[in-house]
Write a protein that binds this ligand. Structure first.
Ligand code: BGC
Length: 252
């Protein structure tokens, strides 16, 4: 993959926080501090745009020639957001990429957040060099997923919306469910086991990678999960979304 630029900026918009950093595209590492602000309550488009402007300002006025990738927690088709699980309903069927480009006064590369994390982990992390099917799941406010087959991303898989007891399974098994319901690690891991068993039966992946907010505590739950495929923590933990968004922006 020929890269004409050596650095890019990534912004990862989540249900709880908006994170940004400048990324070294050769090594897939942050060159700057990781900047974070809270996602504004309700996560409506204008408020999210203002928060993205804020994190970019805090990064120190990055030159507009440096590519910018923005990762977002929704289905993203041709720059349009088609869903809104942990953000305002206003994002459903919304020209989000154009909205950010207008509001930021520059071109961006716009992608689903879990897909961005998947790209980071296959290029620079836990899935690097793995053939076959890797399924990365992010466990945070929701559950995001990225499918990577022989190094190629298959976008918008949305495993957090597998149906479980009349709702999306992310309501039951995301990291936020453990915090919301005061579950201990054992009880929460039982919920994860149910989720991963179902996913493994449906798709028979060769490798699972776990990212998102919880990936900074892999030792608390990964050893309790019993699956056929190996399951590894994301090397870039909760920065994978930033790094992957930047990497995709650097490709263009
Ligand atoms: C969204 C996904 C997103 C995931 C993690 C889900 O609710 O539907 O698009 O990847 O949360 O943020």
């Amino acid at each position: 993959m020929a890269k004409s630029v050596d650095r890019a900026v990534g912004v990862d918009i989540g249900g709880t926080g908006i994170k940004a950093g400048i990324v070294d595209l050769k090594r897939g590492e942050l060159l700057s501090d990781r900047i974070r602000v809270n996602t504004p309550k309700g996560a409506a488009p204008d408020d999210v745009l203002a928060a993205v402007n804020e994190v970019l300002d805090k990064l120190g006025g990055v030159d507009k020639k440096v590519p910018l990738g923005v990762a977002f927690p929704a289905i993203v088709k041709k720059g349009r957001t088609l869903s809104a699980a942990n953000v305002s309903e206003k994002w459903v069927d919304f020209e989000a990429e154009k909205f950010f480009e207008k509001g930021l006064g520059r071109d961006i590369q716009f992608v689903n957040d879990a897909d961005a994390a998947g790209v980071a982990e296959v290029r620079y992390g836990a899935a690097k060099g793995h053939d076959g099917l890797t399924i990365l799941t992010t466990l945070g406010t929701g559950i995001g997923s990225a499918f990577i087959y022989n190094g190629t991303l298959i976008p918008n898989t949305e495993l957090g919306h597998l149906w479980y007891e009349g709702d999306s399974i992310e309501k039951y098994a995301a990291y936020s469910a453990m915090e919301r319901e005061n579950l201990n690690w054992e009880d929460w891991t039982k919920r994860l086991q149910l989720f991963y068993d179902h996913v493994e039966f449906l798709f028979s992946p060769d490798l699972f990678v776990v990212g998102g907010g919880v990936s900074k505590h892999p030792e608390r739950f990964l050893p309790m999960l019993k699956l056929r495929a190996p399951i590894l923590p994301a090397v870039h933990r909760n920065s994978s979304g930033i790094i992957g968004a930047a990497a995709l922006a650097g490709d263009v």
